[in-house]
Design a binder for this molecule. Structure first.
Ligand SMILES: NC(=O)c1ccc[n+]([C@@H]2O[C@H](COP(=O)([O-])OP(=O)(O)OC[C@H]3O[C@@H](n4cnc5c(N)ncnc54)[C@H](OP(=O)(O)O)[C@@H]3O)[C@@H](O)[C@H]2O)c1
Length: 336
């Protein structure tokens, strides 16, 4: 008889007010269940209805989720408090904002170990954090690598997600994929033809939900202490702009297109970061992963787990349309 993960704790689910019209229409999203990784994972887990979900949140966050989700206010500084909150959970998924102090992650791992949690999904959802070249150049690049020994030393098992940059997020923020939808400006990195893997939030949520719905024996045999490589699309900035043309009904002539060398853009981003520009980090990170050396194309170098997990093929223009709707609605993930 197979056993399955039943009790899932998720830490870091933001109260977030943005939904695209198509999300509301097609995905039957609970308007109150919000966030980025957290929101989409919860949406997909609820479709399966196989898990009891507990969300851990800071005291006073006033998190409001669907009634079937148990919300526990915790003190991220108290190991005792976190341990008692995690007692009885099978899996802890950590999805914390990038500016969360690093010791919060360590506290959660320690508490999960003390509480007897078996599985951890650490806070790493992006570029290939096993790529030593990227890790050497991107600030905090090695952070994900450090989570694994921490988890294993406490007798727990981890599964981590390499999904590339989030597609809608990165297309919606001009300093990421270099495309400013609102002002119709595009900066192509090098010649704009370098391909990289990128994933939609929906695909990321589906990945986690599918993974943790596997029978434990299969889950461990295939994925124990492994990083999953998934991707919605492998594409270049040129292909992103072509998709935008189809969605917006525009042509290159309607856009101001310029070019920047990725190495120079990386250096500029690092300098901007030192000067206190909050976009400097992302600018440097995206430029580095776009180096024309295959850094961002882990599909070609390592292959994908999409098929093994039975993830659906997605429509690029639908995803592009969601990014356009986000921008048109005034989406700002950095708003308070
Ligand atoms: N692939 C990509 O393109 C991409 C883009 C952005 C981020 N990411 C990754 O995904 C992870 C999760 O990002 P996300 O956008 O889902 O997270 P988020 O919405 O920015 O934040 C998640 C939660 O972190 C918690 N938190 C704890 N301490 C915090 C603090 N000091 N300041 C702000 N929030 C704090 C908050 O929950 P409580 O209030 O309940 O504590 C918040 O809701 C990031 O760490 C990063 O690794 C990937």
């Amino acid at each position: 008889m197979s056993s399955y993960i039943k009790k899932v704790a998720i830490v870091g689910v933001r109260n977030y007010t943005f939904y695209t019209a198509s999300e509301l229409q097609t995905n039957n999203i609970n308007k109150k269940a919000t966030g980025n990784m957290g929101k989409h994972t919860i949406t997909e887990l609820q479709k399966g209805n196989n898990h009891s979900i507990t969300v851990l949140t800071r005291k006073g966050s006033n998190l409001s989720l669907s009634p079937s989700i148990n919300i526990l206010e915790v003190d991220y500084e108290s190991l005792e408090n976190l341990t008692s909150a995690l007692a009885g959970q099978d899996l802890l998924m950590i999805t914390l904002a990038v500016n969360t102090p690093p010791h919060v992650h360590s506290n959660l791992i320690s508490a999960a170990g003390s509480a007897g949690v078996k599985y951890i999904i650490p806070n790493a959802y992006g570029f290939d954090f096993h790529n030593e070249g990227i890790n050497a150049d991107v600030p905090f690049g090695k952070m994900a690598q450090n989570y694994f020994p921490d988890i294993e030393s406490k007798g727990m098992i981890h599964f981590s997600l390499i999904c590339g940059f989030w597609y809608e997020w990165s297309l919606g923020l001009p300093w990421c994929y270099g495309i400013d939808i609102a002002s119709r400006k595009a900066i192509f990195y090098d010649d704009g033809m370098t391909k990289m893997n990128t994933s939609t939030w929906i695909q990321c949520g589906k990945t986690i939900a599918t993974l943790i719905s596997l029978p434990e024996k299969e889950l461990e045999a295939k994925y124990k202490n492994r990083s999953l490589h998934v991707s919605s699309f492998r594409l270049s900035q040129r292909e992103m702009l072509d998709s935008l043309h189809r969605v917006l009904g525009t042509k290159d002539e309607d856009w101001e297109i310029s070019y920047e060398n990725t190495k120079e853009r990386y250096q500029q981003g690092m300098q901007d970061m030192k000067n206190g520009d909050p976009t400097g980090f992302s600018k440097a990170m995206y430029a580095r992963v776009f180096y024309p050396d295959g850094s961002g194309d882990y599909e070609s170098s390592k292959g994908l787990d999409n098929e093994d997990l039975g993830l659906p093929h997605e429509d690029l223009d639908e995803a592009t349309k969601r990014a356009v709707e986000m921008v048109n609605s005034g989406w700002n993930p950095f708003a308070a």
